[in-house]
Design a protein around this ligand. Sequence first.
Ligand code: ZN
Length: 63
Amino acid sequence: MQWLMRKCTVCGRYTLQRDRCPVCGGPVAVPHPPRFSPEDKYVVYRYRMKMLAGLIPRSESQA
Ligand SMILES: [Zn+2]
């Protein structure tokens, strides 16, 4: 379930919002990445770019 959690990179608040912080509107990131490696970061980056581009349908269970 922690994968659903995001952490604002600006104010540090945890949120379920996937794209931006509901408090300050800043970008959010996964607070607990499985591991740190350039490849993984690249994958996450590509995923975020796809999501921002609307290529990945969002399944928001909570409005
Ligand atoms: Zn914020």
